[in-house]
Design a binder for this molecule. Structure first.
Ligand code: FAD
Ligand code: NAG
Ligand code: NAG
Length: 542
């Protein structure tokens, strides 16, 4: 896939023209940053970089720059005027462009952020709140996918979305799938660096558990595959979090079998329909013990207005089999839900992907190829927990009380068990395995026009604090793909960044954190790939 062309005269002329036009107008730090960068590219590599197709600056075309910046950015809270903006964005067209960019960002010491699908909860792929200036490398033009049914595998470039990957698999086979995220617009590049869970996790584990090979550009600009990078680095990049070890260009993933017919249901209850939380309590007892073909998550929202406001619990499910079998399983294991045949819809696996991603039934499948979400973009803050003992009724009441005080609170309980508990904690950096009944994601959203967003942060932090007795402890675990910059902040000893990193490191990775630090210190000793919560190198004693 790597193409490197000798550098033709035409792009040099274009470069000179740009150079002089920028300097004829008022030179800003951002333009000189770009000029230095382009200059370096031409001096140090023999790669052709068509400037107008690959570089986006606010000076050249502000509206285009904003369009590119906002394109895949999911969290509107990082697009406000007061948020720092990159000096420029570049979109590599070839793998060699990525290599050249790494070499130059290192040489010029320009702080670089890498973006695949732009779904980072803390905006780390397109905003730096710690270093200025910074630039963004957006991989959205590197989105080729090759599915090889015979080999039971697929290569996907980092800039593709999960929706595209699922679509390309289904295009070739109705009985193959891939066990990653539920939201179709999540980037393949970023999500597999942190784990990637979805409806198939109880049967097949995480996306990262099913990675066979990868292509990565390291801190020296070298393009490495699994054999060239070695097993330590290959271990680290499958779950150690994005933006720490290099730029993943492509992942080779293992396909998994799915039946031609699967069954989907969503059953929603209000508070009045689940008095005493009989259903929810039973779910907590069975969710991780159900047959592995059955995944039932619970999505919590609020509905109604002041007078009839209620918390709704939606039991959202994928079953790898037909309706009749599902009805029998439910009658046996979870009759409290009162599932009926009418609630169940049989469909193909790819249709279930669309359904669970939120697209209405009948939406053309190629919507998965558009980078368009079924949800409108909004400002939000999320946090996560892992639950190892059922939460008692009294605990649940306190959650609901807090929910009723907000307009757009959200919570998702994702069941574990099955394959998730059979994979050892240190197999990949993602450690949340045996003993976890379910994962909790808390979310709070608000409109951009909201004049007082700080009250929402306060709300979610208080909810998180309230939950302390009900969730995992020592460490209180968190999911790295639900990036949370609050973690480590309240530690009394956290003045030093390594001390802080030990706090969030233990939450995201448990005992795997030290191995990640060791590998980081070896493969990127100068800490070229860094952000607010990147894996640190060992601190140097002075
Ligand atoms: C609406 C929504 C739904 C979600 N649903 C799920 C879900 O069902 N399951 C699940 O597991 N997660 C889910 N997530 C979380 C998601 O997995 C993470 O946010 C993930 O990091 C997104 O990857 P991305 O490429 O879209 O993100 P980006 O914002 O592009 O990147 C995320 C991080 O990885 C780094 N990075 C990006 N590309 C690369 C690369 N090529 N090489 C190295 N580092 C890179 C970035 O610098 C950043 O630090 C969801 C998130 C959102 C917003
Ligand atoms: C700037 O970009 C917009 C697209 O956002 C485009 O319509 C417009 O023509 C561009 N202007 C110039 C001067 O290139
Ligand atoms: C609340 O009341 C309104 C108006 O009577 C009704 O339309 C809505 O469905 C009710 N919502 C709930 C969750 O009961």
């Amino acid at each position: 896939m790597g193409i490197s062309k000798p550098f033709p005269a035409i792009s040099y002329i274009l470069f000179l023209a740009l150079y002089f036009s920028f300097h004829a107008i008022t030179p800003t730090s951002s333009t000189s940053l770009q000029v230095d960068f382009i200059n370096c590219l031409h001096e140090n590599t023999n790669v052709d970089f068509p400037v107008d197709k690959t570089f986006f600056t606010p000076e050249r075309n502000a509206s285009l720059f904003n369009e590119v910046l906002e394109s895949t950015a999911q969290n509107l809270r990082f697009l406000t005027k007061s948020m720092p903006k990159p000096g420029f964005i570049f979109k590599p067209l070839h793998e060699s462009h990525v290599q050249a960019s790494i070499i130059c960002s290192k040489k010029l010491q320009i702080h670089l952020r890498v973006r695949s699908g732009g779904h980072d909860y803390e905006g780390l792929s397109y905003v730096s709140q710690i270093e200025k200036p910074f630039v963004v490398m957006d991989l959205s033009k590197l989105r080729q996918i090759n599915v090889d049914i015979e080999d039971n595998s697929a290569w996907s470039q980092a800039g593709a979305t999960l929706g595209e990957l699922y679509y390309r698999i289904a295009e070739k086979s109705k009985v193959h799938g891939f066990p990653a995220g539920l939201c179709s617009t999540v980037g393949v590049g970023g999500t597999l660096t942190g784990g990637a869970y979805g409806t198939l996790m109880r049967k097949y584990g995480l996306g990262a558990d099913n990675v066979l090979d990868a292509k990565i550009v390291d801190a020296n600009g070298k393009l490495l595959d699994r054999i060239a990078m070695g097993e330590d680095m290959f271990w680290a990049i499958r779950g150690g979090g994005g933006g720490s070890f290099g730029v993943v260009l492509a992942w080779k993933v293992k396909l998994v079998p799915v039946p031609a017919t699967v069954t989907v249901f969503t059953v929603t209850k209000t508070l009045a329909q689940d008095v005493g939380n009989k259903i929810l309590s039973k779910w907590q007892v069975v969710a991780d013990k159900l047959v592995e073909d059955l995944f039932i998550r619970v999505v919590f929202n609020v509905a109604g207005t002041n007078r009839n406001k209620t918390v709704t619990t939606s039991y959202n499910s994928l079953f790898l089999g037909d309706k009749g079998t599902l009805m029998n399983v439910m009658k046996e294991s979870f009759p409290e839900l009162g599932l009926t045949r009418k609630d169940c819809v049989e469909m193909s696996w790819i249709e279930s992907v669309m359904s669970i991603s939120g697209f209405p039934r009948g939406t053309p499948k190629n919507v998965l190829l558009q980078v368009k979400s079924s949800f409108p973009k909004i400002s939000f803050k999320t946090k996560s927990d892992f639950v190892k003992n059922p939460i008692p009724e009294s605990g649940i009441q306190g959650i609901f009380k807090r929910f009723l005080r907000e307009d757009m609170p959200m919570m998702i309980w994702t069941p574990y068990g099955g394959m998730m508990e059979r994979i050892p904690e240190s197999q990949i950096p993602f450690p949340h395995r045996k003993g976890v009944i379910f994962k909790v994601q808390y979310g709070i959203a608000w409109q951009e026009s909201d004049k007082n967003p700080s009250r929402h942060f306060k709300w979610i932090r208080e909810l998180y604090s309230y939950m302390t007795p009900y969730v995992s402890s020592n460490p209180r675990e968190s999911y790295v793909n639900y990036r949370d910059l609050d973690l480590g902040k309240n530690n009394k000893n956290a003045e030093k960044s390594f001390m802080r990193a030990k706090v969030w490191g233990a939450k995201y990775f448990k005992g795997n954190f030290y191995r990640l630090v060791k590998i980081k210190s070896k493969v990127d000793p100068e800490n070229l790939f860094r952000h607010e919560q990147s894996i640190p190198t060992f601190p140097v004693r002075s």
